[in-house]
Design a binder for this molecule. Structure first.
Ligand SMILES: [Zn+2]
Length: 238
């Protein structure tokens, strides 16, 4: 059964991952990142919030540095050393000009050929999507276009950041059009990157076991793509 074609990433060299919170990349996507960094591709993470409102029984000023440390460890496991965490308010992110500007700035700085996001759709396979995920996803689509428009955000051009076109968008959690093939080691590192969010996961009483969850996603998608393991992605030309 080969219903999902493999994503051809041979000509991809720079991937910018834009998400709302620490841990958002770790639900499968980071396994593909492990593959890409292993292949020598440059991968950068832009997190729009510090995830400070994510643990019910812990104060935000305690949570923010803890989650940043857990994210740095998750990044280390999959070979990412370029991690930027901005301080948009966790839980209250709006898809506004300020957010688009921040993402467009990062796109012009990093100059990716692919941008990866989490789905912006309200209904997802795992339930109703978080408002920050929705708004960051939509703002990222807009920011990809903004980054390529030389007449927008003069301050960026003045700062030496000319227009840049990121040619493709990869969406996690959407109805997939493609699969990124993963090795056993990629999946293992993806699992360990999720496990790195230790305190955060301990605070969630009903969270599935990372190894079982990630392996199941990778294995099910692999079957659909005719390989052992794969990550499902929607690929959109920009
Ligand atoms: Zn999140």
């Amino acid at each position: 059964m080969n219903e999902l074609p493999l994503f051809d990433d041979k000509d991809v060299s720079r991937i910018l991952c834009v998400v709302a919170h620490p841990d958002d990349m770790e639900y499968g996507a980071s396994a593909a990142v492990a593959k890409w960094t292993q292949e020598g591709k440059a991968v950068s993470y832009l997190l729009l919030t510090r995830g400070e409102a994510g643990i019910r029984d812990m104060a935000p000023d305690e949570v923010a540095p803890l989650r940043a440390a857990e994210q740095r460890e998750a990044c280390r496991i999959v070979g990412v050393d370029d991690l930027e965490i901005l301080d948009f308010p966790d839980g209250l992110v709006e898809a506004n000009i300020e957010l688009r500007h921040a993402i467009a700035k990062k796109i012009r700085q990093f100059r990716p050929d692919v941008v990866m996001v989490t789905t912006w759709r309200l209904e997802t396979p795992w339930g109703l999507n978080h408002v920050d995920h929705r708004n960051v996803g939509v703002a990222t689509i807009d920011a990809i276009r903004d980054a390529d428009n030389p007449w927008l955000f003069d301050d960026l051009a003045d700062a030496g950041l000319p227009a840049w076109k990121a040619g493709r968008l990869l969406v996690n959690g959407a109805e997939p059009t493609h699969a990124v093939e993963l090795s056993d080691d990629d999946v293992d590192r993806g699992v360990r990157s999720l496990e790195a969010h230790k305190v955060y996961l301990e605070a969630l009483t009903d969270h599935p076991v990372p190894r079982e969850m990630i392996t199941a996603i990778a294995s099910e998608t692999g079957t659909r793509a005719g390989v052992k393991y794969a990550l499902p992605v929607q690929v959109i030309g920009m």
